[in-house]
Design a binder for this molecule. Structure first.
Ligand code: 2NL
Length: 344
């Protein structure tokens, strides 16, 4: 028995020494020390030995097992170190290579302008409200005095989801919703920025998707002069203190009377140039006094309350302010375009 164990030991140690890889070492371990290996077998067969032989054989078997296990551990470490050294040799890192630049994004030009507009109106006591882009026919049209057969629907044809649901064509439904929520219980003084959609053929000046900022102020005794004062303040803060404004009569189904507002041309100081098409003025927004029917539908008594509303398109304003020649640049995500407006 003793000779058998010693022979096993020598055999195993030799095989460990000859191992070329970690897999080889593992094979030796399984073969000699595994549950079905010869050492385990010897220890299991102890019962058949004479009682005085048992401790002797037991001790030797344990020693043999330990010496094989030690040899395996040592060989494993040697092989692992060799593998690591080999890896280090082939995978050298050139620490002098330039790093990969971190890509830093920034807010879209339209987002920047919308936030600037928001700040100015917040400064005049307006709250900012947002609403759903998928709207009901009621809030997008009916509540704004645009009934089903109204010709204004042609100009604002949109993308319908069902008969009664569509992509909103303007942000006005947010205002109709807010008035409806307050039900004539308190004044409304809000602006609502956001994306809107119209069924339009895209070209340099038209896009089926664009942005709007609308404003609404409903209270007792709100007058046209309040509209003019607020818009004048906005124009001077946003476009510069030298800008003059002018209001021209216009038409919108939800305001009566309605106006369009121009600012004096910055390029020619009002003398006429190609930017203002020789008029000295540039159209910026539309607005007017909220139509009594619109107030009434939202639960505001038009005999008690009055209000003004206006709407502007940040896309158009951005094109004017930065000389962008094609509205599609805002939506086609060419980073060479977008990055021009990122802060350094
Ligand atoms: C434009 C003109 C306008 C409004 C928007 C409005 C909203 C309510 C009631 C009455 Cl709830 N009016 N909004 C009024 C007049 C003009 O937008 O050219 N936008 C780009």
């Amino acid at each position: 028995m003793k000779e058998k164990l010693t022979a096993l030991q020598n055999e195993a140690l030799e095989q460990v020494e000859q191992a070329q890889s970690l897999a080889d070492v593992e094979k030796v371990r399984v073969a000699y020390l595994g549950k079905k290996g010869p050492i385990t077998e010897v220890l299991r067969g102890m019962g058949k030995l004479a009682p005085e032989e048992r401790p002797v054989v037991g001790e030797l078997a344990n020693k043999v097992r330990e010496s094989i296990a030690d040899a395996i551990e040592t060989e494993k470490r040697i092989l692992e170190e060799a593998a690591l050294n080999e890896q280090l040799k082939t995978e050298t890192i050139d620490v002098t290579l330039p790093g990969r630049p971190v890509q830093v994004g920034g807010p879209h030009l339209l987002t920047q302008l919308i936030e600037e507009i928001e700040d100015l109106f917040i400064g005049m006591g307006f709250e900012v409200r947002e609403g759903p882009e998928v709207e009901t026919d009621y809030y997008n049209f009916e509540a704004l005095n645009i009934p089903k057969d109204h010709p204004a629907r042609d100009m604002q044809d949109s993308f319908y989801i069902t008969e009664e649901l569509l992509m909103r064509t303007h942000t006005s439904p947010v205002q109709a919703r807010t008035m409806g929520e307050y039900q004539g219980s308190k004044p409304v003084k809000m602006i609502c920025p956001g994306k809107v959609y119209r069924r339009d053929s895209d070209d340099a000046t038209h896009s089926h998707q664009f942005t709007q900022v609308e404003g609404l102020y409903v209270d007792k005794n709100v007058r046209m002069s309040d509209l003019k004062g607020v818009l004048n303040q906005f124009a001077k803060q946003f476009f510069g203190p030298e800008r003059e404004i002018r209001l021209r009569p216009s038409f919108f189904p939800f305001t009566e009377p309605s106006v369009e507002m121009d600012i004096s041309c910055k390029v020619c100081q009002g003398n006429g140039c190609s930017v203002c098409k020789q008029t000295g003025w540039i159209e910026i927004l539309g607005g007017g006094m909220v139509h009594p029917k619109v107030l009434e539908m939202a639960g505001y008594d038009p005999e008690v309350y009055s209000g003004f509303a206006f709407g502007m398109g940040p896309d158009r304003i951005a094109m004017l302010k930065y000389g962008v020649d094609d509205i599609r640049h805002f939506y086609t995500n060419d980073r060479r375009f977008l990055e021009q407006y990122h802060e350094a």
